[in-house]
Design a protein. Structure first.
Lengths: 153, 382
């Protein structure tokens, strides 16, 4: 019913996400709303999030692809560009959105953000400060949080 | 001793006093959120009657957010610090805030006066306030069912509980709330009185988020100039090619619109985008932007931004595209740019630069395009 109004592009993207998932990323649409995706991103190797399984939610607004998807971490994560509500500071989700980007590219960019925290453009100021003043310790905290909140399940 | 201390925390999510859970992070026992604050050390009496936490307090606590959002990023930053439980100087800040109501009221007044000079923003703010107010009124009628036992407050249940609808075209706002804490106090208040009436409850944060998210016009480049769009070439597709907006393949021999950068799209795919933004979906090449609909200031800001983007576009683009093509190998590559201009720059367009601190204040000092040299000049007095 709802899917009959679903733009072809969303259907195409969904099919491809399911048939050829990007490494370390899974995204599957909710049964009752094909615009709502349950997402899991594996913490990238050699990052403090390695071994973690991070849940996110992704929603394609009515305007998609003219407007960016809305994405949010549901799993608690210690990262200078992600705040405690799970909101993500990433330019392609805001002013750098382009309709040539896709769900897949967005999720890959988020995965890349986990590999390369950017404390110079923080969303969580405290975490960013921590990162800049004592990176080793901040990384430890991030690992600890990964163990506490993102270990499987 | 921990008990005595614990008794004086205020949870912004639940809008009530709580005995926080003292774990790695101090959390509210009801909603599990960390958005709680130690209340000012009014010694002794922890059983302060509810009325003391009424709208007056709401005023003093939310006003800094508003003010910070509108241009006083320093104050906002202070509040933001209070959000985390760093202890140290937070008490002082808190007391200064709580004690400084008249100062705030004064600031708010002068802020409103300033705001009136700019039609666009004052209308927006007015609608925002009316929307919140509408939500509060609505919640009064249904506050009996204010159940908030949602264990995982981070879940989207909260979004459903308090639906905030914003029409992106006229910015009408409808807030559906279900929080009950301040209703009694509100009735004792001057009905058209303080801002505190408006800024209660956790709806504000969500509202701001939705304001920031829901209007594609508020980010990025301006709409493309009509003339420039009309002048785009129509070409016949001769070799296999995919339209990167709809992801369908062109039929050989069919028509496509070509941007000056030679990227081709279906007319029906490209034009709706150019009505919103002037950049090529693939490479961000800029068409001339339509600045006529916007007040001069917004136009000036964005032309600064455009200059900046032009110089950076190559490296910025390469990120999105290379990620798509190279998948994991390319991911850690270079060329990524995390620039996060505070989206309210354009919403409250008359005060630029300094307000970009809003939700993530320190980005004000960052390298985001909105803060490119030249775009930060304060022109409130124009």
């Amino acid at each position: 019913m709802a899917s009959s109004n679903l733009p072809r592009r969303i259907i195409k993207e969904t099919q491809r996400l399911l048939s050829e998932p990007a490494p370390g990323i899974s995204a599957s649409p909710s049964e009752d709303n094909m615009r709502y995706f349950n997402v899991m991103i594996l913490g990238p190797t050699q990052s403090p999030y390695e071994g973690g399984v991070f849940k996110l939610e992704l929603f394609l607004p009515e305007e998609y692809p003219m407007a960016a998807p809305k994405v949010r971490f549901l799993t608690k994560i210690y990262h200078p560009n992600i705040d405690k509500l799970g909101r993500i500071c990433l330019d392609i989700l805001k002013d750098k959105w382009s309709p040539a980007l896709q769900i897949r590219t967005v999720l890959l960019s988020i995965q890349a953000l986990l590999s390369a925290p950017n404390p110079d453009d923080p969303l969580s100021e405290n975490i960013a400060k921590h990162w800049k003043t004592n990176e080793a310790e901040a990384v430890e905290t991030a690992k600890e949080w990964t163990r506490l909140y993102a270990s499987g399940a | 001793m921990e008990e005595a201390m614990a008794a004086r925390y205020w949870c912004y999510m639940c809008s009530q006093m709580v005995n926080p859970v003292m774990e790695v992070e101090i959390k509210c026992p009801f909603c599990q959120s960390g958005f709680i604050e130690e209340m000012s050390s009014s010694t002794g009496d922890t059983q302060v009657p509810d009325s003391e936490f009424g709208s007056d307090r709401a005023l003093s606590l939310w006003a800094p957010i508003l003010l910070g959002m509108m241009g006083n990023s320093r104050r906002r930053r202070r509040l933001r610090r209070m959000e985390y439980e760093e202890g140290e100087d937070d008490n002082d800040d808190g007391e200064a805030n709580l004690g400084g109501e008249t100062e705030f009221e004064h600031e708010i007044e002068s802020f409103i006066r300033r705001r009136r000079r700019s039609r666009r923003s004052s209308a927006t703010i007015l609608q925002l306030l009316q929307g919140i107010r509408a939500g509060i009124l609505a919640s009064e009628s249904e506050n009996s069912e204010g159940d908030r036992d949602g264990e995982r407050d981070r879940d989207r249940d909260r979004d459903r509980e308090r639906v905030i609808l914003i029409n992106p075209f006229n910015q009408n706002i409808i807030v559906q709330g279900s929080y009950d804490s301040n209703n009694d106090e509100n009735q004792n208040q001057n009905p058209i009185g303080s801002f505190g009436d408006y800024f209660i409850g956790p709806g504000l944060d969500l509202l701001l988020q939705h304001l920031a998210d829901n209007d594609p016009n508020r980010y990025g480049t301006l709409p493309a100039q009509k003339e420039a769009v009309e002048a785009l070439l129509t070409v016949i597709i001769k070799e296999p090619l995919q339209c990167s907006v709809c992801l369908d393949d062109f039929e050989i021999g069919s028509k496509a619109r070509e941007m000056p950068c030679k990227h081709k799209f279906h007319s029906g795919c490209l034009l709706p985008w150019l009505e919103l933004h002037s950049s090529c979906p693939v490479c961000r090449h800029q068409l001339p932007a339509d600045e006529s609909k916007l007040d001069s200031e917004r136009a000036r800001n964005s032309s600064d931004r455009r200059e900046f983007e032009n110089t950076n576009s190559e490296s910025n683009i390469s990120h999105g595209i290379s990620v798509e093509e190279g998948d994991s190998e390319e991911r850690s590559g270079n060329g990524r740019s995390f620039s996060f201009p505070w989206p309210f720059n354009s919403l409250f367009s008359s005060s630029s630069g300094s307000q970009s601190g809003g939700n993530h204040p320190s980005s004000a000092a960052s390298s985001s395009p909105a803060n490119a040299p030249g775009s930060t000049s304060q022109t409130d007095e124009n």
